[in-house]
Design a protein around this ligand. Structure first.
Ligand SMILES: *Cc1c(COP(=O)(O)O)cnc(C)c1O
Length: 359
């Protein structure tokens, strides 16, 4: 039975990417061993490391005045690295649109004068606040947003991000490479890799060069962007295998037509599912339509009992990891780049069948 994995993260990688990894598992680049077993200072590894950075630059059209860093510690470590590196005047404004942006805000308040300028917590994070209405403070170091809210299934659209003179920082963990973003709109982008880039263990940071080197004195050496930039992210041992997997995945994305093609496919999948849910009296998605995520689709049946039954029976049908996050309940279908259109179609077919049997 074909299994479709709807996990929110770590999440599905394309079969082609896994196949490529399998083929090189016992002999990477003629070394006779796997990439996991060679020095991060070797020529063979260096080629992968640099290709990974070059492919991110190419696929996201990262301008030359930005540094691309391959780090560890997940997006969660960036919740602290961002304020430690970017607070110079000591002030930043946050928009809280979910659990992760709340965590980012809670970490930042330890390091400066940090204000939450808007939150959608009043309606359990089912919408994105209208940021054009917010009067962000003058003289701040940055504004922090979470581009796609993985748990709640909301996302900023290109025309709904804050447009101010302030440096914009975005947690793009669940939308990086899944939809297009104009890097020059941001001073810094960070993303844990395990949703769309690679297995868990890698964090991608894209940061404007003029923002590097102003870190607070207490910033740990390992967390300084300047340390990592100076050393091409090879200050210490990087997560070599994750970076290798990221490179294979980036090659695959390029072959498929780049981020534009990914966005088109992700739009097709999520539109199909949203249309089906909206036309059904049985299933429901509570997110404000204009703020819906392209990759994470939460939904419910008429009761918690049926939700539980749905998750169980879907799993038996090969549609796995559909249980919603505990903060939302119900189900959540995460459909990142690695989810083929057939997976979404299989989910909708199952939903139709389940509805007929249970309404
Ligand atoms: C998953 C996720 C995180 C947490 O990432 P870690 O790499 O596990 O620290 C943070 N932000 C968003 C938007 C996420 O989806």
């Amino acid at each position: 039975m074909k299994v479709y994995n709807f996990a929110a993260g770590p999440s599905a990688l394309s079969d082609e990417v896994l196949e490529a990894a399998k083929q090189q598992m016992f002999d990477f680049a003629g070394t006779g061993v796997s990439i996991m077993e060679i020095s991060h200072r070797s020529k063979a590894y260096d080629a992968v490391h640099n290709e990974c950075i070059a492919l991110i630059r190419e696929l996201m059209a990262v301008p030359d005045n930005y540094e691309i860093l391959l780090l560890q510690g997940g997006a969660s470590l960036q919740f602290e690295a961002v304020p430690l590196n970017l607070l110079v005047k000591g002030k930043a404004d946050y928009v809280v649109t979910g659990n992760f942006s709340k965590k980012a805000y809670m970490e930042a308040i330890k390091y400066g004068d940090i204000v939450c300028q808007a939150t959608s917590e009043d309606k359990n994070f089912t919408y994105i606040p209208d940021v054009s209405e917010i009067r962000f403070r003058q003289d701040i170091d940055y504004i922090h947003i979470t581009s796609n809210n993985t748990i709640f299934g909301t996302a900023y659209k290109k025309d709904s991000i804050p447009r101010t003179d302030a440096v914009l920082v975005a947690d793009m963990s669940s939308s990086i490479l899944a939809q297009q973003a104009d890097v020059s709109d941001y001073g810094l982008i960070y993303a844990g890799a395990q949703k769309n880039v690679a297995p868990a263990g890698l964090t991608v940071v894209i940061v404007r060069k003029d923002l590097i080197g102003h870190e607070m004195p207490l910033c740990p050496t390992m967390m300084k962007y300047s340390t990592q930039a100076k050393n091409n992210s090879l200050y210490n041992t990087p997560p070599c295998f994750c970076i290798f997997m990221a490179t294979l995945n980036l090659r695959w994305i390029k072959k498929c037509g780049g981020v534009a093609a990914m966005e088109e496919m992700n739009t097709l999948k999520s539109d199909m599912l949203y249309d089906f849910i909206d036309n059904s009296a049985f299933y429901k998605n509570s997110v404000v339509k204009k703020d819906r995520s392209l990759v994470n689709v939460p939904f419910t049946t008429p009761s918690q009992e049926l939700d539980a039954k749905f998750v169980k029976e879907a799993e038996s049908a090969g549609l796995i990891a559909l249980k919603g996050h505990r903060l939302v309940g119900g189900m959540r279908a995460s459909m990142y780049n690695g989810m083929p259109v057939e997976g979404t179609k299989a989910l909708i077919a199952f939903m139709q069948k389940f509805e007929l049997e249970n309404k």
